[in-house]
Every structure is written in C-alpha cells, then in structure tokens.
Ligand binder design. Sequence first.
Ligand SMILES: *Cc1c(COP(=O)(O)O)cnc(C)c1O
Length: 380
Amino acid sequence: MTGHPVSELVVHQDAVRANTAFFAERTGGRLMAVLKADAFGHGPLARAVVAAGAGSIGVTAIAEALAVRSEGVDVPVLSWLNPVDADFGAAVLADVDLAVPSAAVLHAVVRAAHAVGRRARVHLHVDVGMARDGCPPAEWPALCALAREAEGTGDVRVVGVMGHMSCAERPDDPQNARERLVFAAALRTARRRALGPAVAHLAATAATLTGAGDGYGVSRIGAGLFGIDPSGTTDVLRPALTLRTRVVATRAVRAGTGVGYGHEYVAPGDTTLALLPLGYGDGLPRAAGHRAEVLLAGHRRPVVGRFSMDTVVVDTGGQAVPPGTVATVFGPGQDGEPTVAEWARWASTIPHEIVTHIGSRVARVHRTTRDGSTQEEHRG
Ligand SMILES: *Cc1c(COP(=O)(O)O)cnc(C)c1O
C-alpha cells in the first residue's frame, strides 16, 4: 500500500467552520480567528475560517502571519509576539498588523516601516494581569505618548489596543473584574493621548463564552474554533480532529508475559497484543500510560505498558485483530472512540497540548463536507 500513510490526522473542516460560525454569531461578527501554532496543530485553515465568518486572523510570530497571508486571505492579520529584532519590514510589506508591547518594539517598527516606505498598523498591547507579554500598566502612558508622536511622522498608525486575561476560565474569579478595569483605564489613557484605535480586544475563548471579557469590539478566539472550551460552559462546540492509525503486527502471549520497557504491564491472562506505530515521538503523551485507551475493531482497548517513542501496545483482550485494522486514537467521540478531552485527562494536561503536539510523521488530511459528499485533501 505505498503512498497510503499508516497514521493520519483527519482535520474536519466542517467542524472548524461550524465553530467559527458560532463565534462569529456570538461576537456579532467581530471575530479574530487565532491560528497560532499551525492553527493549534490543525494545519492551514485561514480561508476556511474567513469563509465561515472570521473578520480577522491572529497569530504569534511574523513567520506565522506571512504563512497565513500566503494562504491568500485579505482580512487583517495580526502578529503579537516578536523579539525586538524581528523582520518588521517584511510584516509591513505583507500588510500584517503588529502588536507593540514596549517602546523598544515601537522604535523598531517605526524604523522598519520608514525603511520600506509604508505605514505600519499597530495594536498597542497592555498587560492587564498576566505578567507575561504586554506593556506593564506603569509604562503604558509613556508608550501611548510615544505612539502618538510616531503617528505624527506617518510611519505608524495605532489601529488597536489589546489585552489578554489570566483567569477568564473561572468567571467568578475577582481577578477578572480587576483586569477589565486595567483594560478600560488603558483605553482611556490611549484616547487621552489622542490615539484613536478602531478596535479594542480583550476576550479569548473562555472570556467570550462566560462573558468575562464582554464590552469590547473584537474577540480573539483560538481554542473554541477547534472544539475546545476552557470554561466548560458549552456543549455546542465540535472537536475537529481524528487521529487514526493501523495495527502493524499482533501476537498471542501467555499469562505473565511482560510488555515493553520495564515490564510495567504483565499480561494477567493469555491474550493478544496489537502493535500501533505511534508513540510519544508522534505526540501521544507518555504521561497517559496505564490509563489511555483506543478504539480498535469496535471496542475500547487499553494501551498497555510504557509508551515508546514510535509505538504503543494495545491489549485486545484475546480478540483476533488482523494487521492493517484501523485503530482510532481520538476523534469527536460519536463512534465510541476516545476524545481529545479524555486524552488530556489521562495525561493530566489540557486539550490544547494534545492537539498541538501531533508530530510531523503523521499525515494531515483535510476533510471538507459539501452537499453530503466527503472530500479528502492530503496535505503535508
Ligand atoms: C492564544 C491566545 C489567544 C487565544 O486564546 P484561546 O483561549 O485559545 O481562545 C488570544 N490572545 C492571545 C494573546 C493568545 O496568546
């Protein structure tokens, strides 16, 4: 079966489109689709989310923004995480908006815009309480003043103000109110310095679903587009990935047989083991050992023993499963297969980490459903 990949990550574009449409509706059309980290591991989706109602796209590094541009979308694309010596000129030439968290980055953007002879569109980024990226509130008035000065030379225009909330998945946390106040004050300061940002954006998925970030124009939605609800408050979002592989070999073993490194699993009775060609090198979290299951030939079966880099072993409970049989590692869950959320629980992590870790040995297959027909497009 040359040319037929053994392991596939199927991206259900119809699910991403439905989730996007949900958030477009929820935000009154003011949705920035966050496609960082290769669209949370889902691959190129810029055109799909724009078609489904996203008005702009957000990513971290400039390289990601240029990749989005090369997908051929003409909506605003924002890049919000760059070192001071990043290639801001390339971003400006590609019409990429830039987040500015500091005077140093502002100066670099001004210089780059001047050099390429184009005006940079910037979003000033205030730290509302993450102590991560964004301008500390104490330095915010000075940054606004500098940005206003820079507008005067024609090299930049402040088109947005952004902040990012730290505790929005807990709507009752008093930190949310504090962060809303910091953001509101930052916006007032920007306006007092004669800046006229057309958009302000504070809320990501959790704050949008719980209302903790309400009151501002645009929502930056990442996880939710991929069916992940960090707030645990909705059940309408659809998971968008299926990871499947095929059994490469099986063997019958006697009771007492130790399996894999360290013999952490010893077969309690005579049984059959199936070898799957996926391991932690492909993103299966090793920490899920002794808990994980897969769907194999119609049954949930336990993954047994330690995860290897390239393989895991499944105890079929004595069922004969011919090599080549499809094993579903995770999927939307409709057919009894484990979900990404279950894998995250087994590994004591969050679904975001599971979906962004699937490795490059796994072929991505983008599936779009139109008129009830199924079309698969192999990429990468
Ligand atoms: C990742 C990220 C988002 C998207 O967050 P989700 O919870 O995935 O919706 C929004 N804004 C910033 C600054 C981010 O880093």
